[in-house]
Design a protein around this ligand. Structure first.
Ligand SMILES: [Zn+2]
Length: 377
């Protein structure tokens, strides 16, 4: 047998792998930031039909060790469809078992959504009339792209959605896939949204991080979601998107993420921004009601603590956008583990549920549109 890391985003340290029944691995830190250590992805080759037993021995030293409780490792035997495999976390070690069904099986923290898949998604949007352009070429030779879908009149409200600032949060890639598929469809809400608004989508903020197999940072080791107030030169991804937002204006902002520990879908609002206005507060209540109606997975009971008034961190994208544009603005979090309100013992929080949540955002935004495009009071 062999552990292979010959694909985009593959990342694991092999301690020993002489026998499928006793594979010892460790999760490496992000390439340029020792504090972040969560993402892993690797292939097991030449172990078909053998009983595979893997121990990730430094799981307890990862950034959020609580993330491993109730977590199950993601696996794919065909490189396309993903399932979960029996996993136990104890004494700081994450152990899983599986039986590879072919010459090569993949294992990862979450089912990856590749940079090539993002390119395909952009091409599909362009073929359906969207306008796409590269905002910046990254140090790794990738592009941070803006895809404008819908009404391209400069007077139409711009609804900004950015995803995967944190590269390991691949549910955000699947979310974007589901969102774009629904937005380009003949669905009534999609047609309304396309006709009355411009959806300004940045489907992948951090393609370098994805390619490198980083969990949280870009090629320079920077957490992009702490860069929005005054981006450094080493975070050109944020600098370019921020400049495009300032040039176009912003009537709504959503930043799509995954959360390692909380088993719920939730949003983090802009409660703490200095410029918080009654306009924002009124829109938040309407948004949460519309999102709950559109998706059975969204809830508002569990989430992060709300920032005290005036103490929001403006280096975080959604806070910066709310404060800068007086706009409805949220960070959206999906679980790595599962939705504890409606668990799926087989698949956990699956790529399909990520996609369905993305599709539900089309309905949510169509409901919100009369308010978002309305006159501030
Ligand atoms: Zn994140």
């Amino acid at each position: 047998m062999r552990i292979a890391t010959d694909f985009e985003g593959a990342r694991i340290d092999v301690l020993s792998a002489e026998s499928p029944s006793n594979v010892r691995l460790a999760v490496p830190a992000d390439p340029k930031h020792a504090k972040f250590r969560m993402w892993f992805a690797f292939a097991v080759e030449d172990a078909a039909d053998e009983a595979l037993s893997v121990a990730i021995e430094n799981a307890g030293s990862c950034t959020w060790p609580r993330a491993w409780t109730d977590y199950q490792v993601c696996a794919s035997h065909d490189g396309q469809t993903w399932t979960r495999v029996p996993t136990v976390y104890a004494d700081g070690v994450l152990r899983f078992t599986d039986t590879p069904r072919g010459p090569r099986s993949l294992y990862a923290y979450y089912a990856p959504y590749s940079n090539a898949a993002i390119d395909g998604l952009i091409a599909r949007a362009e073929a359906a009339g969207a306008r796409a352009r590269s905002l910046v070429e990254t140090p790794g030779g990738h592009h941070v792209s803006l895809v404008e879908i819908g009404n391209l009149d400069p007077g139409a409200p711009a609804l900004w959605i950015v995803a995967q600032q944190h590269p390991g949060e691949h549910m955000a890639g699947h979310w974007v896939d589901g969102f774009v598929e629904r937005l380009l469809s003949d669905d009534d809400d999609a047609r309304k949204l396309r006709s009355e608004a411009c959806v300004a989508l940045v489907p992948r903020m951090n393609p370098d991080g994805v390619a490198l197999g980083a969990h949280r940072t870009n090629a320079a080791g920077i957490d992009l979601n702490r860069q929005w107030l005054a981006p450094e030169g080493a975070a050109p991804e944020v600098g370019a998107v921020r400049a495009a937002m300032l040039a176009r204006g912003c009537a709504f902002f959503l930043d799509v993420h995954g959360d390692e520990t909380l088993p719920y879908v939730f949003v983090q609002g802009a409660e703490g921004v200095p410029m918080r206005t009654p306009w924002m507060v009124g829109l938040e209540a309407a948004f949460c009601e519309a999102f709950r109606a559109a998706s059975p997975d969204f809830q508002t009971e569990y989430g992060y603590p709300k920032d005290p008034p005036g103490q929001g961190n403006l280096r975080i994208a959604s806070n910066w956008a709310a404060d800068t544009f007086d706009a409805l603005s949220y960070t959206l979090e999906m679980p790595f583990i599962d939705n504890a309100n409606a668990p799926d013992p087989e698949l956990g929080w699956s790529t399909e549920r990520s996609r369905a949540l993305g599709a539900a955002m089309v309905t949510t935004l169509a409901r919100m549109l009369p308010k978002l495009g309305g006159k501030r009071t």
